[in-house]
Design a binder for this molecule. Structure first.
Ligand SMILES: NC(=O)c1ccc[n+]([C@@H]2O[C@H](COP(=O)([O-])OP(=O)(O)OC[C@H]3O[C@@H](n4cnc5c(N)ncnc54)[C@H](O)[C@@H]3O)[C@@H](O)[C@H]2O)c1
Length: 336
């Protein structure tokens, strides 16, 4: 059904609000107060307004914004409007399967864990943040989710994760990761270099190394390693993150070759900008971010459920015969 552009609701996207005269006025006023640039609003154009603002505004404030945007009228909740992409689960796709998902406490990892749990899988949900895991469980109290608060870069963390899997891992989603501070090589600290590699590369490899014997014995398994745009270009992050995500690509390719005889498929998913808990910490604008800002604002950022849909596809049997692939889920950014 075509969108009814007479109204905007709290579920309408930022783009729909910007295309609606009342909505644009209210949103611009909000952005000015919040110190949000017009470029940032443009980048967020695919995101429903409630996903962006409900956690930042006091009770009732969003409703007031909707009322003002519509000239004093509050449209029905289901008024036809541009609400953007909607996640649709595939029932039973993971029935009887166990999936280990790292980074499940927030962002993309949480969206993958939620989706697999709703598609019938048992999810071993891993995160260093206990609070994040509690939030995941509260979101789906009836799902089969086994939370494991662990650091994937620590030996005892890896041990706890494998033990929670109880001898069976059909799918491993290596989603946990850290960004860097956008530093160029000459300004890179040992601390950033070591932590980024410890988590993004060594943690991913050590956990996968521990899970592989279970898959080899079963004669099947799927692994998805989450990389980034940074695995393909030099301008999307600092040197530590860029090098770590390029390494993730290498890990995937080697594994896809080495474990093909064991029925194990391994792929890389490279998300583009996504609205999650990950925020780049930028201390110095001289090398990276300042030079690519206009390019970045051209591409809309995604909801975490969007790259999660591609990761879930790669972890499922629907991606049969796909191995060693690099799948981008970036709205086309990598071809610009
Ligand atoms: N958000 C983006 O724009 C974007 C773009 C490209 C790639 N990615 C990649 O997507 C993946 C998910 O990131 P996100 O955006 O959802 O970020 P996020 O910060 O929302 O989630 C990452 C999760 O990983 C967890 N984590 C970090 N270190 C860990 C460790 N040592 N052990 C266990 N858990 C740990 C964090 O606690 C957090 O819950 C990362 O690998 C990231 O590099 C994100």
């Amino acid at each position: 059904m075509a969108a009814d552009n007479r109204f905007v609701t709290e579920k309408s996207t930022v783009g729909a609000w910007l295309a609606h005269s009342g909505g644009a006025q209210v949103l611009h006023e909000f952005a000015e107060k919040a110190g949000l640039s017009q470029d940032s609003l443009r980048m967020l154009r695919k995101i429903p307004v409630n996903r962006l603002l409900s956690s930042q505004l006091p009770d009732g404030a969003l409703e007031q914004m909707v009322k003002r945007a519509n000239g004093g009228e509050i449209p029905a909740h289901d008024a036809a409007t541009d609400t953007g992409w909607q996640e649709r689960i595939t029932p039973s796709r993971f029935d009887g399967k166990t999936a280990v998902i790292t980074g499940a406490g927030s962002g993309i990892g949480r969206a993958v864990a939620c989706r697999i749990a709703r598609e019938g899988g048992r999810v071993v949900a891993v995160d260093i943040s206990e609070e994040g895991l509690k939030g995941l469980q509260q979101q789906h109290p009836d799902a089969e989710i086994c939370p494991v608060a662990a650091d994937i870069a620590a030996a005892e963390g890896v041990e706890a994760i494998v033990s929670a899997a109880e001898g069976r891992v059909d799918a491993l989603g290596n989603v946990a990761g850290l960004s860097d501070d956008f530093s160029a090589l000459h300004e890179l600290s040992d601390e950033v270099l070591h932590r980024v590699f410890e988590v993004n590369v060594f943690g991913l490899m050590k956990l996968t190394r521990a899970v592989l014997p279970l898959m080899m014995e079963a004669g099947s398994g799927t692994v998805v390693n989450v990389a980034s745009e940074a695995a393909m270009r030099g301008s999307s992050s600092g040197v530590a993150y860029t090098a770590s995500k390029s390494a993730v690509l290498g890990v995937t390719r080697s594994m896809a070759y080495m474990y093909e005889p064991f029925g194990i498929r391994v792929n890389t998913l490279a998300p583009g900008g996504t609205v999650t808990g990950m925020r780049p910490v930028v201390d110095d604008e001289s090398y990276g971010p300042g030079r690519i800002r206009s390019f970045q604002t051209d591409t809309p950022v995604a909801l975490p459920e969007e790259p999660a849909a591609s990761i879930t596809f790669l972890l499922s049997d629907d991606s049969v015969n796909v191995t060693g692939a690099l799948l981008t889920a970036d709205g086309g950014q990598s071809v610009y």
